[in-house]
Design a protein around this ligand. Structure first.
Ligand SMILES: Cc1cc2nc3c(=O)[nH]c(=O)nc-3n(C[C@H](O)[C@H](O)[C@H](O)COP(=O)(O)OP(=O)(O)OC[C@H]3O[C@@H](n4cnc5c(N)ncnc54)[C@H](O)[C@@H]3O)c2cc1C
Length: 334
């Protein structure tokens, strides 16, 4: 009997993740049993092909819905887990030797990955650079945000070489003389164990290089990949809607999901801005409805409200930020 992955996600979200979400929120690091449960259900292989132990989903909207459902259970757990899928996709497209060495373990979640690429979005000189070292490379500089430290085995890191191209590598998630991790204390998803990584002439052997990519090509791909993180905001709004039992909010959530699913890359910054705005408004409504008790640390409303604030800035690009500021300021002040 095949289990429908969407139904499975719903069971795990409502029956396992949501009941523990306040405890996770108060932890220093997401408990390993949360992530193990997702691995056991096959969700580490969400983006992987079936022939390598992945879920082999051919409908992207199903994958987005699964992310939304899990995020509605526990955003912190889902946030750590979601960092993994870029590595799965990249390794699935890597040369056969690399694919054979890593893909199945990634899909099964016996090897778990984080990602360090957001520095690529910062204008100005690259903040993480790569210089050739024999067949491999040496990385120097900063990855300002790396989530899941202590819960991931490898980090898919992006550094820029002298001609501007990107060197993508799977780096061991192990601090040492040439790799330092500085923990960040966060107002939401603190248990995501997010750190700033500093590389100091850190050796990346040739067998850890996933591939090289032209920077302009990456920028175009980045603009086309903004849909996925919108599911985190929809997840927060979804939980608020369930707790509030408001059909108008459910209808709005459906409309936002529809717009994200069908939006062009050009429309996506505006749709992402609208999705995070909905999460914030839904969480605000939950806080207001709960009255003073909403502010108690054992109340879901304050957790969801902090998470909605976080989702205003996580995965923000210059275009998303411009759309958000336009909506927040220009529309209310003429
Ligand atoms: C808690 C948390 C965890 C995260 N975890 C990860 C992770 O695990 N891996 C990962 O790769 N990323 C991670 N991120 C990064 C996330 O994707 C970023 O929020 C996003 O990339 C923007 O990063 P930033 O806010 O540091 O960018 P900033 O550099 O502050 O810039 C914000 C936006 O404004 C634009 N901008 C900045 N300066 C200028 C300028 N001078 N001119 C024009 N535009 C400008 C940038 O292009 C960017 O889009 C995490 C972020 C947070 C908050």
């Amino acid at each position: 009997m095949t289990t429908d992955p969407v139904a499975l996600a719903r069971d795990i979200s409502d029956g396992f993740l949501f009941p523990g979400a306040l405890d996770v929120d108060a932890s220093d690091i997401v408990p390993i049993d949360r992530l193990d449960r997702l691995a056991a259900a096959g969700f580490y292989g969400l983006a992987g092909p079936a022939d390598a132990g992945g879920m082999g989903l051919d409908d992207r909207r199903k994958a987005f819905e699964i992310i939304e459902i899990l995020a509605s259970g526990c955003l912190t757990t889902t946030f750590v887990w979601i960092q993994h899928h870029g590595a799965v996709r990249a390794v699935a497209d890597a040369p056969p030797a690399f694919r054979d060495a890593w893909l199945e373990r990634l899909c099964r979640g016996t090897v778990r990955a984080g990602v360090a690429f957001s520095g690529l979005r910062r204008p100005g000189p690259p903040i993480l650079t790569a210089v050739p070292d024999g067949e491999g490379w040496r990385f120097t500089g900063l990855a300002p945000w790396v989530t899941g430290w202590g819960r991931v085995d490898v980090v898919r890191a992006a550094a820029r070489r002298e001609n501007g191209d990107i060197v993508w590598a799977l780096v061991d998630a192990a601090a040492g003389d040439t790799l330092h991790a500085d923990p960040l204390r966060l107002a939401a998803v603190n248990a995501s164990a997010t750190v700033t990584l500093s590389f100091e002439d850190h050796r990346v052997p040739a067998n850890r290089v996933i591939g090289l990519q032209n920077f302009d090509e990456w920028q175009a791909a980045d603009r086309s990949s903004l849909r996925v993180n919108g599911s985190l905001a929809l997840g927060v709004a979804r939980r608020c809607a369930a707790l509030l039992e408001r059909s108008a909010l459910v209808a709005e959530l459906d409309a936002r999901r529809e717009a994200l699913d069908h939006g062009s890359p050009e429309a996506m910054p505006e749709e992402r801005a609208r999705a995070s705005e909905l999460a914030l408004r839904a969480a605000t409504t939950l806080v207001v409805s709960g009255g003073g008790r909403s502010i108690a640390m054992d109340h879901q409303a304050q957790r969801l409200a902090r998470e909605a604030i976080f989702l205003l800035v996580f995965g923000q690009t210059a275009a998303i930020k411009a759309a958000q500021l336009h909506r927040l300021y220009d529309e209310s002040h003429g």
